[in-house]
Design a protein. Sequence first.
Length: 367
Amino acid sequence: MDNLKTEEIVETLSKNLKRIEDKDFSIYFFVIDTNGSPVASVSNIYDHVKALNELGYKACVLHEKNEYMEKQIGFIKDWLGDEYSSLPHVSIEDKDVKINMVDFIIIPELFANVMEQTSNLPGKRIVLCQSYDYITETLEPGKKWSDYGINDCITTTEKQKEYIDKLFPNNLNTMVIPVSVDGRFKKTEEPKKPTIAILTRDQRDTVKIFKTFYLKYPHLKWITFRDMRGMTKNVFSEALKESCVSVWVDDISGFGTFPLESMACDTPVIGKLPNLANGWITEKNGMWVDSSTIIPDLLAQYIQAWLEDSVPTDMLSEMDTTVSEYTTKVQKEKIESVYSTIIANRVDEITKTLDKYEVNNLEEKNN
């Protein structure tokens, strides 16, 4: 705006405020190329895009290259379904993509390079931090998000918010939008099968757990393990519905969608507490341990209880209570609240700038 006359700046700012009022702006969500692998954080980004479009906003998924975008749309169709693959997708290579002052760019915490590369764009940029463990992965030593002109962050839990606020004190506005459990994860009247659904961040943990289980409890070799990696959402949900119990090990989890999905399917969880244990994990809604070495023994004990139809009903009830706080409806309401606040804050920023230029414009006319 430096080359514009004060009167022209006032006119431009006034038009931009009107555009925000009319919801005539875009919210771009930068995503990685997943290379055809299901990634929970990407699924959550699509939930944000979907909810915002349903609320009347122009939200879209932003890709680095057209090639990635075309592959990703096909993958999302197979993984999440048509309602997600049909959401707006654009590429940075698309000449029609022009970032305006009224637009918003949501950048995952892992991409400090994107934060730096977009620092001269006029739009409002916000970090979406779903994994506290990735924050410093690409940040240069001593650098903060505010060094790239970013002062707003959305995260998924109060625990992560506390961590982020301590990491970047006094220069960040952090808001919380929880992850939701997809409606496909629900109870069924079909009987459970003697199958253990297992998901670990490190594949070696999966191998250790099932080998130790079979070694210590050879009489339970007829119980099968099902590795939950790489499944479409439909297959994933059906597998959890069928399983009699699930196992989860993820030390650096930022939220923990899998155990909640398991609970929603009425499948109890045996899990190792992550380094930053989330608030929804309680001693009543699952079987939580500090070491994965205990898991094979807990599995044997639980299988015996399941075979005898003596699984504690209070745990099953507590699972229902926990999951009820993470529905699509709850998340959508929070998305509406948080993004409305972000947009209102942007209006305040532009209004303050407009007020300053209006004063200057008036002074110029009087001189």
